[in-house]
Ligand binder design. Structure first.
Ligand SMILES: *Cc1c(COP(=O)(O)O)cnc(C)c1O
Length: 387
């Protein structure tokens, strides 16, 4: 049974396919099968082959669609498999307008894979609506945004960009990984396609790679399901089960993530340790008003730059509780160095141009006790004074 007449916090637990109708199991079973018995030629029970469709994956696909207030959901083996499939909607000669700070892997697939097929991109500061409007020409087929963007947490007005796109007959694609549907639902703001790396908050435990696409339009959905099956980057049944399990606690996790992040961002600002804090939940942040209008919280990603006095390389080595690692959105706090890690795929000159300086530190705030996190930051910074 599927229901959509319940609130988001209930949908997290009872959305999609709620349990197993046959046995009454309260959890969707892991249908670990590649194929399905056919009762006769052309007679099957709705399932033929697990690349095309699998009941565990289908339950999750329905769930993510319910959460994003969309009609159609698709689950992939990774966020990049999802992005690859969405980019495969386009043809040689097509162009995309892309936010100027995006996930490094998204830049890489645009620059080193799709560009080879003559599907090109134009990098624009999408917070600047005039710049978005000016970037549109006949070849542009879509506007691709991330908000908050990675790693500078810049905010793009989803509703305003969607309006511009619609006016010109273009698609709006939003990577919603950083906020999840718990905090932001781009389809309700006019976007056409929502993308996720489910590896991050949706799974939430840093144990499963996955990706999603959600749309409302039937024609677009049919094409995407066709591409999903044709390209084949689908999510496995066991991994689908793990993400369903992760999503059940998304609400309680996000509440804690955001509360911790707000406290840490404010602490950093007044600490005297940093020259810059990027967090759209701060009233002083340039994206604050738009962020507040379009989302139910600012998320739990913070970026900052230490004062000249401190050496960021030593800072990373000094951390005890907080882990230096790629990725984000898990229950544990992670820091990374965008210039050499997540955004290394972006050429140095472009990094510099958009403000991803070598000294930038990105912090995925976990759900540990916030006082412990602050204490760890404090000791790591205090002990990293330059020689
Ligand atoms: C991690 C991430 C991706 C890529 O997802 P994978 O699951 O690692 O393939 C895409 N977009 C954003 C914003 C991400 O953080």
């Amino acid at each position: 049974m599927s229901r959509t007449d319940i609130k988001l916090n209930s949908l997290l637990i009872h959305g999609g396919i709620d349990g197993d109708e046959v046995t009454g199991a309260v959890n969707v079973p892991v249908y670990q099968t590649s194929t399905y018995k056919q009762d006769g030629l052309g007679k099957n029970r709705g399932w033929e082959y697990s690349r095309t469709g699998n009941p565990t994956r289908a339950a999750l696909e329905k769930l993510i669609a319910d959460l994003e207030k969309g009609q159609y959901g698709l689950a992939f083996a990774s966020g990049l498999a999802a992005i690859n499939t969405v980019l495969s909607l386009f043809k040689s000669g097509d162009k995309l307008v892309v936010s100027d700070n995006i996930y490094g892997g998204t830049f890489r697939i645009l620059d080193n894979v799709f560009k080879n097929f003559n599907i090109t991109y134009k990098i624009v500061n999408t917070s600047d609506l005039e710049a978005v409007e000016n970037a549109i020409d006949d070849d542009v087929k879509a506007i691709y945004i991330e908000t908050p963007a990675n790693p500078l947490l810049t905010i793009t007005d989803i509703e305003a960009v969607s309006k511009i796109a619609k006016k010109h007959g273009k698609l709006t694609i939003v990577d919603n990984t950083f906020l999840t549907p718990y905090l932001q639902r781009p389809l309700t703001l006019g976007a056409d396609i929502v993308i996720h790396s489910g590896t991050k908050y949706l799974g939430g435990h840093s144990d499963t790679i996955s990706g999603f696409v959600v749309v409302n339009d039937k024609t677009l959905a049919d094409r995407l399901y066709y591409l999903q099956n044709a390209i084949g980057g689908v999510l496995a049944p066991w991994d689908s089960f793990l993400i369903i399990r992760g999503i059940k606690t998304l609400g309680v996790r996000m509440d804690r993530h955001v509360a911790n992040a707000e406290k840490i961002a404010r602490w950093l600002v007044q600490s005297g340790f940093v020259s810059k804090v990027y967090y759209p939940g701060l009233e002083s942040d340039p994206g604050y008003e738009v962020q507040k209008k379009q989302a139910d919280g600012a998320g739990a990603m913070i970026s900052f730059v230490l004062n000249d006095k401190y050496d960021y390389k030593i800072f990373f080595e000094n951390l005890n509780l907080i882990t230096l690692a790629e990725s984000l959105g898990g229950v544990e706090s992670l820091v990374c160095h965008p210039a050499t890690m997540t955004h290394a795929a972006i050429p140095a000159d472009i990094r510099k141009e958009v403000g991803i300086v070598d000294e930038l530190i990105r912090f995925s705030v976990g759900i540990e006790d916030v006082d412990d996190l602050i204490a760890d930051l404090k000791q790591a910074i205090e002990n990293s004074v330059k020689a």
